[in-house]
Design a protein. Structure first.
Length: 454
């Protein structure tokens, strides 16, 4: 192994990770570990699991970088090796500066110590002198906002007080490198806003490494994002491109690989949706993408039954979608009625609270009434996904029997509730459920009312 330093005094580097791998031994039963030790290495009872494999990247001083990946991708293992709580099996890691890590809020706190005593304890762990900690104490107390409880044992704190003090300690002891693993998902909205403001201002000089599944946070806080997949580095680049790559990575049943030019390409086995431009009907059947709907999701008379559905994004079966993506919804119905029946078919997209965000049905768009013939029929809706905030949404489908030309009089044949759940990955910071496109913003449309001008 080379003894040459990864970080030099001439380069503004803060973190260097070179060909790092981490192996764990997994045992089926706890006793197998003891049996392996008793064999003095002559027999193995466990199996190797590589949580991280051959990962290399560097972070410059003052850079804010995100670390992204699905659960089990190796993100937390990488962070623990950077912090020094885990040693790599292969490769080298070097850091330049004092590291403060929020891998778990409150780690290193003694419940019997007061808040003030825990501040000094954590300062000493970071290698700070008592005078240096004393100089930071005022900022920590003001940020935590716990008043006289700063001099009471931590075991008497509420969970909210504990969180505020832990974050204040980790971010106010002048770290050169700040590592955050999902820790900003805690606390109320006001506290989270104060945390983000603090990271941008007082800690603007520090090198920051974020791990979070909140894509909006990464879009607003980071300059660059590293994507891990299966313990390996899959992408390293500008935030917007990385978030798009990660969205592709999370598509249902797929993995994304890099082509020779570095662009993400769908892995083999993904079935593209090929629209039939010569189809006489507005709707088009694509059986391969359809998935059956469970009986417990459906209510109604069920003489016309919704049997299958599919959610396609840019032509691929997907459970992740971003603003501007072309979405195709396929709904397959089966009619047991003896003759063709006039009907209205539709869909609705709801947020996690059950509130309908948007929807459409055939009777209220250009198609109008549809004729449902005996047997199976597949219908299609195609639209552009709106600029909704980053969250999970569910899709419901319905088919109603109605009088020709009068959709207000109808019989609910089948309602399939919340049968598809998709994740909307929006990289834009938003205030509210969705954002609007401004018209002529640069020309001064946003201006004070004449009544307010003195």
């Amino acid at each position: 192994m080379s003894s040459e330093p990864l970080l030099s005094a001439d380069e503004p580097g803060a973190i260097a990770v070179s060909n790092v791998s981490k192996r764990f031994t997994v045992y089926n039963r706890p006793i197998d570990r003891v049996r392996e030790m008793g064999s003095l290495g002559f027999k193995r009872y466990g199996r190797d699991f590589w949580a991280v494999r051959n990962v290399s990247f560097a972070v410059r001083r003052g850079e804010t970088v995100g670390l992204l990946g699905i659960n089990g991708a190796g993100k937390s293992t990488i962070l623990q090796m950077i912090c020094g709580t885990l040693a790599p099996t292969e490769g080298r890691i070097e850091t330049n500066g004092r590291i403060s890590a929020l891998l778990e809020l409150g780690a290193g706190f003694s419940p019997e110590f007061t808040g003030r005593e825990n501040v000094f304890l954590n300062g000493r762990i970071l290698g700070m002198t008592e005078a240096e900690v004393e100089g930071c104490l005022g900022h920590i107390a003001d940020f935590a906002g716990i008043g006289e409880f700063i001099d009471r044992p931590v075991r008497t704190y509420s969970s909210g007080m504990f969180v505020r003090l832990a974050f204040a300690v980790a971010t106010n002891l002048n770290p050169d490198i700040l590592i955050i693993d999902e820790a900003l998902a805690v606390g109320d909205t006001a506290f989270q806003q104060r945390c983000y403001s603090h990271l941008r201002t007082r800690l603007g000089h520090a090198t920051k490494l974020f791990v979070t599944h909140d894509l909006a946070t990464l879009a607003t806080m980071t300059e660059r994002v590293i994507v891990l997949d299966g313990g390996r580095l899959a992408f390293d680049g500008a935030t917007a491109e990385a978030l798009r790559f990660y969205t592709d990575l999370t598509r249902q049943g797929t993995r994304v690989t890099l082509s020779r030019d570095g662009a993400p390409t769908p892995a083999p086995g993904l079935l593209p949706y090929e629209h039939d431009k010569n189809a006489d009907s507005f709707f088009h059947i694509k059986e391969a993408a359809l998935q059956p709907i469970t009986e417990r999701s459906k209510i109604g008379r069920r003489e016309i039954d919704i049997t299958d559905a599919a959610f396609l994004v840019d032509g691929y079966s997907s459970l992740a979608v971003a603003p501007g993506d072309r979405v195709t919804i396929l709904v397959k119905v089966s009619s047991s009625l003896p003759k063709p029946t006039c009907g209205a078919i539709g869909f609705a997209v709801s947020d996690r609270r059950g509130q309908i965000v948007f929807g459409q049905d055939s009777s209220s768009c250009v198609v109008g009434d549809v004729m449902v013939r005996p047997g199976p029929t597949t219908f299609e809706f195609a639209f552009t996904w709106p600029n909704l905030k980053n969250d999970d949404y569910s899709a419901s489908f319905s088919i109603n029997e109605c009088e020709p030309g009068n959709p207000t009089v109808h019989i609910v044949q089948c309602l399939a509730k919340d049968v598809v759940v998709v994740h909307a990955a929006n990289a834009r910071r938003m205030d509210g459920l969705f954002s609007v496109e401004m018209i002529d913003f640069a020309a001064g449309i946003v201006r004070p009312s004449p009544d307010l001008v003195t």
